[in-house]
Design a protein around this ligand. Structure first.
Ligand code: C2E
Ligand code: CA
Ligand code: CA
Length: 663
């Protein structure tokens, strides 16, 4: 059981009170008896003196002459009410009339052998004494009775009793109250104040009187102030990025909470910028991490110097910064600030004697248009930043709803794409390629379709670029290759003698085992290599040419044909056409669409003439009208492909197209 100081105090003081009262009462009774003793001795003295006087007197004079003597005694001793003299039971004389001094029984007489003189004095009626004398020769015994004046005795004691009661009740109570107040004020209250101080660490209590408590107070104050300083230090450490000295992500999120609340209240917008340095990794890789770190420090300072006091800049990752701009009047001003930052960062840096050029990509979100909370704003700014990177870096990009949809779709497809292969959701459709003179189907281009039970048919334009991005194209491309070659072998078994064109992405060609895989498939399904056409877009020349050149040759060595897809849209140069082993040029739909303009016609014509000079066949893609076919026929294009012939079809339907040819 735990007791409070007050409880201890109460119990102890109560005990002390009991002891004090005991002592006081004991003292009181002793004092009272001493007082009673004095009174009694006084009475007994008077009694014996009177006896002596009377004995002397009555030898010579009759008894009644002593009346004045007796009366005087009653007057001089205030504790004696009256005096009577008896001869045995016969009243001889009295100071009162006879009925008041009636005979007193033995029990009513003072007995000096009892315990308390006081009780005798208060309770007994009279004190008895006697004297003797000779009447002639006869010895005579007379009894004297002193009647006690109880009234006088009581009032004599009442005075001392009063003083005593005042003393006995008030003194301990006063002492106890004194101790109580003393302890409460000097110990209990200070301790409670210290407890509160320890708990809330609010304001330091004012100095205390008791030395020990005061020491505790002072050392607590010291400890708390030290802890407070350390807390501040730790907090500052926890909210800053040690490398740059800028805020870190934690502090950014905290500040954003306030900025958002503020903007909401004032119905104001603000801009959140996600800045990422372009190719920063190269600096680290080429010049080492300390150069990279120093560059980051310089860039951090440069960004900060472009901002106002209220703006926030935080470094939230290696080379990622978030900037929150709250004070700009319109988007023109906002763009000016952004461009100023980018210009400043793109100035050449000199770090440890290394001149460094670096650019940055920035994604921008606006509160509340693009998001109402920190997470959404950051996420969307990140999306916009990636778009800026995608669009060629060293630029800024504002987040838009369309961009978001695109990203959402990207994420969705990116996640579902692999599962779709396991679930057999990919299919090849076939589009006929026809001879321009005879109209005969001489081949088919295999075009992939993703038929999802939930999302329906998804265009390759939507998922092929993503698959190229996340490398899934390697797995998927292999599936296409095998599927198409399998189909080709089926046709061969059915006696259908047409070519098959298979689209292959640059990433696939870059795989060191692509050619081996192709070769294995050719053997496995024992198809005629010469009737396999690999369609490669001319964007392939963006990659390392030596490797591509090697792959082209290896493909050619297998006896497989190569068709340059989307010709005219990208990076072909005449030298590629001359040096690379290409069999077919596939003129892009863009040019075919433009066949009836003068320039368009000349362009198509020129390509065909040039291709024929280089011994290449030409196929026109995206042919939709009879007029286009006629035009292409006139300028001696070799083949055509397009909706005019047929849309890409599932295999069963495509095979139907071939039927008339069979019969
Ligand atoms: P591409 O290789 O240039 O294929 C031609 C695209 O034009 C096909 O679109 C085809 O359906 C479409 N097309 C053909 N004739 C006409 C026409 O007369 N009018 C119009 N408006 N369009 C026509 P698709 O099938 O949507 O494929 C789009 C692209 O996706 C392809 O362009 C190709 O780059 C890529 N792709 C398709 N399948 C594969 C594949 O299996 N592997 C790889 N790597 N890429 C593929
Ligand atoms: Ca193609
Ligand atoms: Ca094409």
């Amino acid at each position: 059981m735990k007791l409070s100081i007050k409880q201890y105090l109460f119990i102890n003081l109560f005990g002390a009170l009991v002891i004090l009262y005991g002592a006081f009462f004991n003292y009181y009774f002793v004092q009272r008896d001493a007082h009673a003793q004095v009174i009694m001795e006084n009475i007994l003295d008077d009694l014996s003196e009177l006896g002596y006087s009377l004995a002397k007197h009555v030898r010579k004079e009759p008894l009644y002459t002593t009346k004045s003597l007796i009366d005087r005694k009653v007057i001089t001793n205030s504790y004696i009410k009256s005096i009577a003299i008896f001869d045995d039971d016969k009243l001889l004389m009295s100071t009162e009339n006879s009925n008041e001094v009636a005979i007193v029984s033995a029990g009513e007489l003072y007995n000096k052998n009892t315990q308390s003189i006081y009780t005798e004095l208060i309770n007994k009626r009279a004190v008895e004494g006697n004297f003797h004398y000779y009447q002639g020769k006869k010895l005579k015994f007379l009894t004297i009775l002193f009647y006690i004046d109880h009234q006088a005795i009581k009032s004599s004691f009442a005075k001392t009793n009063q003083q005593f009661i005042v003393l006995i009740t008030l003194f301990p109570i006063l002492v106890i109250i004194g101790i109580w107040v003393f302890l409460t004020r000097l110990v209990v209250t200070p301790l409670e104040l210290l407890r509160q101080y320890a708990y809330y660490q609010s304001s330091i209590p004012t100095p205390f009187t008791i030395k020990e408590i005061e020491y505790i107070r002072a050392s607590m104050a010291q400890t708390f102030s030290r802890l407070e300083q350390e807390k501040k230090k730790l907090y500052n450490l926890s909210i800053t990025d040690p490398l740059s000295g800028l805020s870190n992500r934690t502090y950014l999120l905290e500040r954003l909470k306030y900025i958002i609340a503020d903007s909401q209240r004032n119905k104001q917008e603000f801009a959140l910028l996600f800045l990422d340095l372009d190719h920063f990794k190269r600096v680290n890789d080429l010049l080492g991490h300390n150069v990279g770190d120093e560059l980051l420090q310089n860039i951090s300072m440069a960004i900060q110097s472009e901002l106002r006091l209220n703006d926030v800049v935080a470094r939230i990752g290696g080379d990622e910064f978030v900037i929150v701009l709250t004070h700009y009047n319109n988007s023109v001003e906002l763009i000016e600030i952004i461009e100023r930052i980018q210009r400043k960062l793109s100035k050449p840096w000199l770090i440890q004697t290394y001149p460094i050029n670096i650019t940055s990509s920035i994604g921008i979100t606006i509160y509340p248009k693009d998001g109402c909370d920190a997470t959404t704003l950051m996420k969307n700014a990140d999306i916009a930043m990636y778009e800026a990177k995608d669009k060629g870096r060293q630029r800024y990009y504002f987040f838009t709803k369309e961009l978001n949809e695109k990203t959402q779709k990207y994420i969705m497809l990116n996640n579902a794409m692999k599962q779709a292969l396991e679930d057999n959701e990919y299919h090849l459709y076939y589009q006929p390629q026809q001879d321009i003179n005879s109209g005969d189907i001489i081949g088919a281009e295999a075009l992939i379709r993703w038929i999802s039970p939930e999302k329906g048919i998804i265009s390759p334009n939507d998922f092929i670029p993503i698959a190229e991005n996340n490398n899934f194209i390697i797995e998927l491309g292999y599936w296409v290759l095998e599927e198409a070659i399998k189909q080709k072998s089926l046709w061969e078994k059915q006696g259908i003698d047409i070519e098959i064109s298979i689209n292959v992405a640059a990433k696939q060609l870059q795989q060191h085992d692509f050619v081996t895989q192709l070769q294995n498939l050719l053997t496995q399904y024992s198809v005629t290599p010469a009737q396999i056409v690999i369609e490669i877009t001319e964007y392939v020349f963006l990659h390392d040419n030596d490797d591509i050149y090697k792959v082209f040759h290896e493909i050619k060595q297998l006896g497989v044909q190569i068709s340059l897809d989307d010709f005219g849209t990208g990076y072909s140069s005449l030298s590629y056409l001359k040096n690379f082993p290409i069999d077919i040029l596939k003129i892009d739909k863009l040019f075919i669409d433009d066949y009836n303009s003068e320039k368009g016609a000349i362009f198509i014509n020129t390509i065909i003439t040039m291709a024929h000079t280089l011994q290449l066949k030409v196929i026109a893609e995206g042919v939709e009208t009879r007029d286009q076919v006629d035009f292409l026929h006139a300028i001696k294009c070799d083949y055509f492909q397009g909706y005019y012939g047929s849309k890409p079809l599932p295999i069963a339907e495509f095979n139907q197209l071939l039927l008339p040819k069979q019969s």
